[in-house]
Design a protein around this ligand. Structure first.
Ligand code: NAD
Length: 497
């Protein structure tokens, strides 16, 4: 199903058909409206997606609900749900090269990254959550009732799946994010409707083919493509959806939280960031300078935890900024299918314009580009890796998430200054501290208001480590032992003996 695309200078890639996956069947949208898909590196049209309507979303949610309620699903052994995830992991492993090519075509990221980061993450995540399926343990509790009726009271808790989960994902790690939503949901006995980003849905559709091949029961995982304001909104507003697992912008997260209140839906929100990379004067600069570049430029800066504010102790400011700019100038931009390319395009012309405007305003406000600072002339949505200095914390460029290969460097004077500047943001996703003094690192880590602090590294995510943000960066956590709370409800059963 789908069409082959032949590309000059690139491999042939099969584009999945623009369909919806509902109740184990591929189908068209009820209204026949489609969304054109473009290769962000060439601006060529490469396919079409269904623009699902609220009626399509309703069909998908009803299917997920029927499956959730079915005896077959309710009685399935937890270990067998885990085995389904393991099967899906094997199929992704089998087709990893093909999936990675499709991800590169649709999203623009270098093929090596698609293959070695995105596909590997998806496979690991399925295996990690597969193991969780058999670990839904409750507690046995001895009670101390406030009255004495001569009885002995005990209670136990069991963890129950929340029900139908709506998984809404962004475009920066499309397949990985889809798996990140569906795998814990299935492991804990929920069913799912996935709504991938309209800017990058192709690998999620290809995943749909593997979901059918893996023998996952019909209706357990449904996929609806479409616009956020239409299909996404309909999913969030549907009374049978009991939980929304969302990754995306803070703006959309706020809307989802407000809409979810109507039906008191559970939500996990993984949102934006403005994470600081903090380099102290005693840092090992041979590691810290490449570390700072690596915190911002991979995936063309389209990473929620990107180290987009570079806070450097004043005595080493010039050396560090010059070093990061030198690395930035040496990065090769281009088609993700060129093995020498390190940075692909941004996802869309909209995103390219947004990054350009934010940088132009930053420069008008007084920031100075040490390198980059503009779009790349020609086809494709490319933006130059950019290092800005001369910034202040009150500038728009220091406060808003850019989501592009742009870092703003600011000098800091002392420990109090560092803490104040690092926390002077409405976001709270991540931060990294670079120093040789491990005591200093831990003392500073304890003062940073964010979900993850890295020491002498940045952007290390691990499925065993909880992930999420404070403040406007989100609500709840994914990964690690926290995940069980995100997809299950405790039920207490109390007895008199
Ligand atoms: P976005 O919020 O525009 O879209 C994300 C998803 O939400 C898409 O599928 C979109 O169709 C859908 N959507 C949009 N409006 C909706 C609505 N009203 N109701 C329901 N769904 C709706 O974000 P984006 O531009 O695709 O992604 C970039 C953002 O994602 C950045 O802000 C980035 O920081 C964030 N992000 C966060 C994490 C994290 O884990 N914290 C990871 C990756 C990306």
């Amino acid at each position: 199903m789908g069409a082959m695309i032949e590309r000059v200078g690139g491999p042939a890639v099969r584009i999945p058909a623009g369909k919806l996956l509902i109740n184990g069947q591929w189908c068209d949208g009820a209204e026949g409206r489609m969304i054109a898909v473009y290769d962000p590196a060439t601006e060529e049209k490469i396919g079409d997606l269904v623009a699902a309507s609220a009626a399509d979303v309703d069909r998908a949610v009803q299917a997920a609900h029927r499956t959730f309620e079915s005896t077959h699903w309710q009685k399935m052994r937890p270990l067998d749900r885990g085995r389904l995830l393991e099967k899906l992991a094997l199929l992704i492993e089998r087709d990893a090269e093909e999936l990675a090519r499709l991800e590169t075509l649709d999203n623009g990221k270098p093929f090596g990254v698609s293959r070695n980061v995105d596909m590997k993450f998806a496979i690991d995540a399925l295996r990690y959550y597969s193991g969780w399926s058999s670990k839904m343990a409750g507690e046995y509790i001895q009670l101390s009732p406030f009255f004495d009726d001569g009885g002995t009271y005990r209670a136990y808790t069991e963890r129950r799946p929340v029900g139908v989960v709506g998984g809404i994902t962004p475009w920066n790690f499309p397949l990985g994010q889809a798996v990140q939503k569906l795998a814990p949901a299935i492991a804990f006995g929920c069913t799912v409707v996935l709504k991938p980003s309209e800017d990058a849905s192709l690998t999620t559709l290809r995943l749909g083919e593997l979901i059918l091949e893996a023998g996952i029961p019909e209706g357990a995982i449904n996929i609806v493509t479409g616009y956020g304001y239409e299909a996404g909104q309909a999913l969030v507003d549907h009374p049978l959806v009991r939980k929304i697992a969302f990754t995306g912008s803070t703006f959309t997260g706020q809307k989802i939280l407000a809409t979810s209140a109507r039906h008191m839906k559970r939500v996990t929100l993984e949102l934006g960031g403005k994470s600081p990379t903090i380099i102290l004067a005693d840092a090992d600069l041979d590691r810290a300078i490449p570390g700072a570049a690596n915190a911002i430029f991979p995936n063309s800066g389209q990473v929620c935890t990107a180290g987009s504010r570079l806070l450097i102790e004043a005595s080493i400011f010039d050396e560090v900024t010059k070093g990061v700019a030198q690395i930035a100038r040496g990065l090769k931009l281009g088609s993700g299918f060129d093995p020498l390319v390190q940075l692909g395009p941004l996802i869309s012309s909209r995103q390219l314009n947004r990054v350009s405007e934010l940088v132009s305003t930053g420069i008008k406000d007084g920031a100075e580009p040490l390198c980059g600072g503009g779009q790349v002339v020609g086809k494709g949505y490319f933006y130059q890796p950019t290092v800005l200095t001369g910034g202040r914390s009150d500038m728009q460029i220091a406060r808003e998430e850019v989501f592009g290969p742009v870092v703003l460097a600011m000098p800091v004077q002392n420990a109090g200054d560092i803490k104040a500047l690092a926390n002077d943001t409405e976001y709270g996703l991540g931060a990294s501290i670079w120093t040789r003094d491990i005591n200093k690192a831990h003392l500073l880590a304890a003062q940073l208001d964010c979900g993850t602090v890295w020491i002498n590294t940045h952007n290390v995510l691990d499925l065993a480590m909880p992930f999420g943000g404070t403040k406007m960066s989100g609500l709840g956590r994914e990964f690690g032992t926290e995940v069980i709370h995100a997809y299950t409800e405790p039920r207490a059963v109390c007895m008199r003996l």
